[in-house]
Design a protein around this ligand. Structure first.
Ligand code: ACM
Ligand code: ZN
Length: 566
């Protein structure tokens, strides 16, 4: 009697789980849903028939299953003669292709889920990681919160690989600092949606966030500002005489290594950004001798516009400083890239500085833009000595740049011309235009949002319509586009919950733009997939915005009648 009761209950649970819609984000290249399911439970084994013993997947896969499904599974380790993956039953099999399968590339995978087993095939560890992420999305959306003993995984066959190699997210940790615990949670959600680049904006006027041993004042002074967290961002008044700087923080080198390793396990490359030569109030607060003038710089609080702080371009010690910083950063980040900023460098101080003008004269430079280019080239040569390359914001094109620099296009309002210019010079381009990728902008009518944002209007549907290789892009420029990235600047992000609110679900929309085939995109299908995705995010403890804002929802400009009422 008891047995019958249990199996009836089991069937009912199963029916409800299997009737839930399957909606994988980003949409796979080929997806065939089959009837039935594989029942994952504690008797399932993880089989690695031909994976090298030191491959990260051997530790990552059981951790992943434990964390997301609540099950501790036994593993059958690599290279055991006689283990035939095709014959494994009641198992999740990770099979490396014998010969590199060109259609799967470096990050693709194929996944087959049947009543007997789950079979993931990939050329690389990255492919396995993504196969697991997709498998997780074949489970009921609330699986992580419920932790049931038997978990139905929807039967399916999938072949999947990315459209772009650069699928990024920038997080600004200068305007507000987020600790390692949050950064890891952030990386987890990037990995879930197959984002593979974490652009860590580590330095800016509002705080320096990375330990540099040769310049200890960067973190003793540059990482801390006077606490105005109890007032809105726009009301953050400058420090008063004698006020202590207590608000901020930084990452030790040990913590940076921990984050980089955590990201790597999830196929995420961490790209550090150090701003050169502007956006540097926090450096000048710590080392005023690097300024052109004798202004009393402090770590900024609240809005800072125009950002006049700039490192002196005529001071050799400034060049030495950046080279020293590069020397300490390189060993921490295995990435091929260091982002050197280069945006919004207001050059008034350079125009008034005898040393900067002397440098311009002695190097026969045409103007201050060329002085910036010279500085960046000096740093780039140093970066090259390590076999690495620089990325810079699109302003670095203005005074000329070497073709080996990668350009991050952000000034959407500049249109094609900047992109075409970069491509003509042979520079690779990463697309992060404000009008599709600045997810610090409002995602619905500001009047309906509880918390203030920087401005703008970037609804979910607009992010979904983002295509890094957009329709009218000249075909000659297309091969230079490496991919796209959503940027999350943090002036108005006082808490991790609010970071998540701005990120989700717009990150999901971006993910389909940079992973899924252009022909496979479908806004209506994406919207249908959202409820289950939100349920999954809630089960994982993420906050998200619950509105589905459309391009047509853009708030109308105020009329003079409206103004009169204020
Ligand atoms: C930027 O948004 N200033 C790159
Ligand atoms: Zn100067």
């Amino acid at each position: 009697m008891k047995l019958i009761y249990f199996s009836l209950l089991g069937s009912l649970l199963l029916l409800s789980a299997c009737s839930q819609p399957v909606g994988i984000v980003p949409e796979p290249v080929q997806l065939t849903l089959l009837s039935g399911y594989y029942m994952l439970d504690s008797t399932t084994t993880l089989v690695f028939p031909n994976v090298a013993e030191d491959d990260d997947i051997i530790s990552y896969a059981p951790d992943f299953i434990h964390r997301y499904f609540g099950l501790s599974l036994a593993t059958v380790n690599a290279q055991q003669p006689g283990v035939n993956p095709a014959q494994s039953r009641n198992a999740i099999v990770f099979h490396k292709t014998a010969d590199h399968n060109p259609s799967l590339g470096d990050e693709g995978y194929s996944l087959s889920v049947s009543g007997d087993a789950v079979y993931i095939e990939a050329n690389t560890t990255a492919g396995f990681v993504y196969g697991l992420q997709t498998l997780y999305q074949l489970a009921p959306a609330d699986v992580t919160a419920k932790k049931t003993a038997r978990i139905p995984l929807r039967a399916a066959t999938i072949v999947d690989y990315p459209r772009f190699e650069w699928r990024g997210n920038l997080l600004d940790v200068s305007r507000h600092f987020f600790d390692v615990e949050y950064i890891k949670k952030h990386l987890d959600v990037l990995a879930l949606y197959k984002i593979n680049k974490f652009h860590w904006h580590l330095t800016d006027d509002h705080g320096w966030r990375i330990e540099i041993e040769k310049y200890p004042k960067l973190t003793e002074i540059g990482a801390w500002r006077v606490d105005r967290s109890s007032v809105p961002w726009r009301e953050g008044l400058p420090p008063q005489e004698g006020e202590p700087a207590t608000y901020g923080g930084y990452y030790t080198k040990e913590q940076i290594r921990e984050v980089v390793a955590y990201a790597a396990q999830r196929n995420i490359e961490v790209i550090p950004e150090v701003e050169i030569p502007g956006h540097c109030s926090e450096i000048l607060a710590a080392y005023p001798e690097f300024a052109c003038d004798t202004f009393n710089y402090y770590v900024q609080i609240g809005p800072y516009w125009p950002p006049k702080a700039i490192m002196c371009g005529g001071n050799d010690e400034v060049i030495r400083f950046f080279k020293d910083v590069v020397d300490e950063i390189v060993p921490l980040f295995p990435s091929e890239y260091i982002h050197i900023g280069g945006d919004e460098a207001v050059k008034d101080n350079w125009r008034a500085c005898a040393k900067c003008q002397q440098r311009i004269k002695s190097l026969k430079l045409a103007n201050e833009e060329e002085l910036q280019s010279w500085m960046i080239l000096e740093i780039e040569k140093h970066v090259h000595q390590y076999g690495k390359r620089i990325i810079g914001w699109d302003e670095i094109l203005e005074g000329g740049v070497s073709p080996s620099a990668t350009i991050m296009f952000w000034r959407g309002w500049q249109g094609d011309s900047v992109i075409i210019k970069a491509a003509e010079r042979g520079n690779e381009i990463i697309m992060t235009p404000t009008n599709y990728c600045y997810i610090d902008y409002y995602q619905s009518d500001p009047a309906t949002e509880k918390q203030e944002a920087i401005g703008g209007f970037l609804p979910l549907q607009k992010v979904y319509s983002f295509d890094p290789v957009y329709e009218n892009l000249p075909p000659s420029a297309a091969p230079f586009i490496k991919g796209g990235q959503a940027n999350l600047w943090a002036e108005f992000l006082f808490t991790p919950e609010h970071v998540e609110y701005m990120l989700l679900p717009r990150l999901l929309a971006l993910a389909e733009g940079v992973w899924s085939p252009a022909t496979g995109k479908d806004w209506n299908r994406f919207v249908e997939k959202l409820p289950a995705q939100k349920k999954r995010l809630a089960a994982l403890g993420y906050n998200y915005c619950d509105k589905i804002a459309l391009i047509a929802d853009e708030p109308k400009p105020k009329t003079s009648d409206d103004e009169a009422g204020e």
